[in-house]
Design a protein around this ligand. Sequence first.
Ligand code: OXD
Ligand code: MN
Length: 595
Amino acid sequence: MASLTKNPNVNKWVDEMIALTKPDKVVWIDGSEEQLNVLREEACSTGEMIKLNPEKLPGCLYHRTLPNDVARVEDRTFICTSKKEDAGPTNNWCDPKEMYAKLTPMYDGVMKGRTMYVIPYSMGPIGSPLAKVGVEVTDSIYVVLNMAIMTRMGEQAFENLGDTSNDFVRGLHSKANVDPENRYIVQFPEDNTIWSINSAYGGNVLLGKKCFALRIASYQGKNEGWMAEHMLILGIEKPNGEVKYVCAAFPSACGKTNLAMLIPPEVYTKKGYKVWTVGDDIAWLKPGEDGRLYAINPENGFFGVAPGTNEKSNYNALASTRKNTIFTNVAINNDDMTVWWEKLDKNPPVNATEWKGTKVNGPEYIAAGNKLAHPNSRFTAPAVNCPCISPEFNNPKGVPVSAIIFGGRRAKTAPLVYQSFNWQHGTFVGSIMASETTAAAAGAVGVVRRDPMAMLPFCGYNMGDYWAHWLEMGKVLGDKAPKIFNVNWFRTDDEGNFIWPGFGDNMRVLDWIIKRCEDAVDAVETPIGYEPKPEDINVEGLEDVTTETVKGLLSVDKDLWKEDAKGIHEFYAKFGDKLPKELEFELEGLEARLG
Ligand code: OXD
Ligand code: MN
């Protein structure tokens, strides 16, 4: 099939990839519904995808991955820069020449007997000065169909690139034999290149997402004066119609999608507050003409964790999945070909197929201690489906950011919310983020790990240099910089129960944050930052939470923090002289204030 672009850089690279992988056939993806329908039919005829109930879930497809291939694989993810120190102590590193030499034979002829799909895509709205183009070649229809939801895919992306530019990210993916022993997810930031092999799971193979929009883009951002962050973007519309935008970074599976699509509690909706979703996972941020920081969501859909999503926890996410959505590794209700996952409702299907493909009696299977859906099972849903998608979603300029929020899952240390003293201190607050691990990444669950800015698995270069870039951006933005906050929805009582109700009620904390950005409310200075006066967190309409409860949620246990500071010293020590002096200074300041 003929190329869809005159761009010689794209064509040369695609020819090289064809010569390497030797597919039987090459299909350029133009993005048309017609072509996508042919691929959907083909995938359903081979069993790669399963068509779901056309009345209840129109346009929805089901896919199951191999049980060995259900999450991102951080231990097999590499940043290959010519100098090891440019990848830094938190990334796996390998010399690019060595890695190319190791992987090239694995790709040699890997697509024999298969079709290569050439996918042009834009990360960011077409025509946006903040958008970037990628081309992914893959032997997986599942990848094509997911990229069709997650990106602006097809010929239009080439229009953005033009006929001569070389500024596109080259992504080579082959599922090969889905062999976990030879699985590699490799970023070559100096070459704008990503090679992924032996996986067919989302985060490893939808190369526009984590690999490009975070790892490669963070590196590009450092060189080009912008930032690629693991952040949701939401707009809070106030009763006067004004919308304030905030970005928030949480480690994987801490409820980013839930916060992004939050429905405010009644005390707020009845006054006229509304929340608009711009993005649920990734933000690209760049200073605008007026000197403020602007954010776009480079993605075009949501690749969300299904279990736990329900009418109550996230009405908008669930609504987003009711048409044209791909479900991966959830359970099927064979009676009506719909889908089910843990906590969707209290009625697991009796006639079920669990995520690995075995027919089971759902309630009995669960009673025996099994899960019907994999804990990291996903929906890939188009952003346009979301009832609260922001009218600014496609705005090429992006949205102006008033606040940046960090957060994690900490049972005792971090209070419900605090504000940093300034951008430098805020950078410090982001750098000391920590959380308990979850099922989104392979490995142990429930272990506390440092996850600065929620970027630990996604920063495409040395995290010390990344912090320096943050500090630099603060200087560029000056007094127009967003205010920086930290939140923790996950404090527990002595029995291990969450104290704060979370979900829609997080609006009460966002309300304080917005008021702080507007200088409309006071704060109390504590050793760790500015905290609300307990009575300034609106608890009207809450059953179990009083101002007294909030007071407890805001308490700072100095001994725990002193212990934490020791851990931060250890963590910082890894970065040697790449650690910005400013952060060391902030840590010393914290310790001095703790006494
Ligand atoms: C994700 C993740 O899939 O952060 O978004 O793991
Ligand atoms: Mn994420």
